[in-house]
Design a protein around this ligand. Structure first.
Ligand SMILES: Nc1ncnc2c1ncn2[C@@H]1O[C@H](COP(=O)(O)OP(=O)(O)OP(=O)(O)O)[C@@H](O)[C@H]1O
Ligand SMILES: [Mg+2]
Length: 340
C-alpha cells in the first residue's frame, strides 16, 4: 500500500556566516552545503494500517510525507502509494489520498469552506451519497456549519483545521497523510478528529499515516509506529513493541516504617548496580533500573528481601519516556548539520 525504498532527500542550503559581515560575504560568495533531511528510509505499510510517524523536530517527517504526497521528488530511492509513484503521477495519486499539513493550508485561502467543498467534490468526482454522508458526519462531529461563509484566511487556526480535516476525508481516500492535524484544536475537537479517522479506518479500511507531537493523538489512533531520527528509521513495529523498548523500568514503593531515605537509597543502589533510587513527591521511593540488567521479578524479590513493602507498583513505561530515550543522538546530529 505504502512502500518506501531507500528514500532520500537532500536540500542545498546557502552556508551562512555569523554577523553582518558574514551575511554580506554569504551574499557574495554563495557557498552551499547539503542537508540530508531523509537518509535512505525504507518501510512497508499495509493497507488498512494506522501508523504513527514519530520523530523529534527536524527528524525528516514532513519531508517524507511531502514525497509520499507528490509535493517533492526524492533525491534518490523511491516510494509507491497505491501502486503509483506520487511525484510522477500526482493526479492519480491525489485522487486516492487525503492530506493535512497542520503547518500549511491545503484550502483556497479566499474561498469559504462550503465553496471549497464544492470544488473538491467536483475535482474528486465525489458521488452524491458519499458527499452527503460525509458532510453529515462533519456537521455532527466538527460543527462544520458554524464556520459559515467566512473566507478560510479569516478563520482561527482551530476553525481552519476542522475544515482541513474534513477536506482531507471528503472523497473517502484510500490513504490519509496527516502531518500534525490537531494543531490548535481543543480537547473536544481532538477527540472528534480521532473518532473520524478511526471510523474511516474501521468502515472503509482507510490507511493512516500520522505525525503529531501530541502523543495522545498517537495512542488514540495508531497501532503501529515508525520512528525516525536524523532522517533514518530507528524503529518499525507496533506501538506496543515500541513501549517495550524502554531501557529503564521503574518500581515505586512505600518505605515508611523502614530505614531512612538515605539508607534505603544506598542499599538499593549498592544491591542493584546501575539502578537509581529517590524520593517521589508522595514520599515514596522510586527505583529506576536498567531493563537489560535485571528482570522485574528480581528487582521485586530484592525489595521484598530488604524492606517491608506496604504498597508497591510498577508504572508502565510511557511513550514520552521511551521517545525521549529514542530521540537522543541522531536528531541532534541532524540539527547541527552532522547529517549534511
Ligand atoms: N525546503 C527546505 N530547504 C532546506 N532544508 C529543509 C527544507 N525542508 C526541510 N529542511 C530540513 O530538513 C530537515 C527535516 O525537516 P522536516 O520538516 O522534514 O522535519 P520534521 O520531522 O517534519 O520536523 P518537525 O517535527 O519540526 O515538523 C530539517 O533539518 C530541515 O531544516
Ligand atoms: Mg514537520
Amino acid at each position: 500500500m505504502i512502500v518506501a525504498e531507500r528514500l532520500t532527500k537532500d536540500f542545498r542550503v546557502a552556508e551562512r556566516r555569523p554577523g553582518l559581515l558574514g551575511s554580506l560575504s554569504t551574499l557574495l560568495t554563495r557557498e552551499y552545503r547539503t542537508v540530508r533531511a531523509v537518509d535512505g528510509i525504507s518501510f512497508h505499510l499495509r493497507a488498512g494500517s494506522k501508523t504513527a510517524y514519530i520523530g523529534a523536530n527536524g527528524a525528516g517527517k514532513s519531508t517524507t510525507i511531502k514525497m509520499l504526497t507528490g509535493i517533492m521528488t526524492p533525491s534518490s530511492g523511491r516510494c509507491l502509494v497505491n501502486g503509483v509513484e506520487p511525484y510522477r503521477q500526482r493526479r492519480d495519486n491525489a485522487r486516492s489520498i487525503g492530506v493535512v499539513f497542520g503547518q500549511r493550508s491545503q484550502l483556497w485561502w479566499d474561498l469559504s469552506v462550503p465553496d471549497s467543498f464544492q470544488i473538491l467534490r467536483r475535482i474528486y468526482d465525489v458521488p452524491d451519497a458519499v458527499y452527503e454522508r460525509n458532510l453529515a458526519l462533519y456537521r455532527e462531529l466538527l460543527d462544520i456549519d458554524a464556520l459559515g461563509t467566512t473566507p478560510v484566511r479569516q478563520l482561527s487556526l482551530g476553525q481552519r483545521m476542522r475544515a482541513e480535516i474534513a477536506a482531507s476525508l471528503l472523497h473517502d481516500p484510500k490513504v490519509v497523510f496527516w502531518d500534525e492535524p490537531t494543531i490548535g484544536l481543543d480537547m473536544v475537537l481532538k477527540e472528534a478528529v480521532r473518532a473520524l479517522v478511526n471510523r474511516a479506518n474501521a468502515e472503509l479500511g482507510t490507511t493512516v499515516l500520522l505525525t503529531s507531537h501530541d502523543l495522545s493523538d498517537i495512542s488514540a489512533i495508531c497501532d503501529d509506529a515508525l520512528v525516525v531520527d536524523g532522517g533514518r528509521v530507528v524503529h518499525e513495529g507496533t506501538l506496543h513493541e515500541l513501549l517495550r523498548r524502554a531501557d529503564r523500568r521503574s518500581v515505586v514503593f512505600d518505605h515508611r516504617g523502614g530505614p531512612g531515605v538515605a539508607d534505603t537509597v544506598l542499599r538499593i543502589e549498592t544491591g542493584l548496580p546501575g539502578a537509581t533510587a529517590g524520593l517521589t513527591g508522595e514520599g515514596r521511593i522510586r527505583v529506576d533500573y536498567p531493563a537489560d540488567a535485571f528482570t522485574s521479578r528480581y528487582v521485586l524479590g530484592f525489595l521484598l528481601d530488604h524492606f517491608e513493602l506496604a504498597d508497591c507498583y510498577a508504572p508502565e513505561p510511557d511513550l514520552e519516556t521511551v521517545l525521549r530515550q529514542t530521540y537522543r543522538g541522531g536528531a541532534r546530529a541532524a540539527r547541527d548539520g552532522g547529517a549534511g
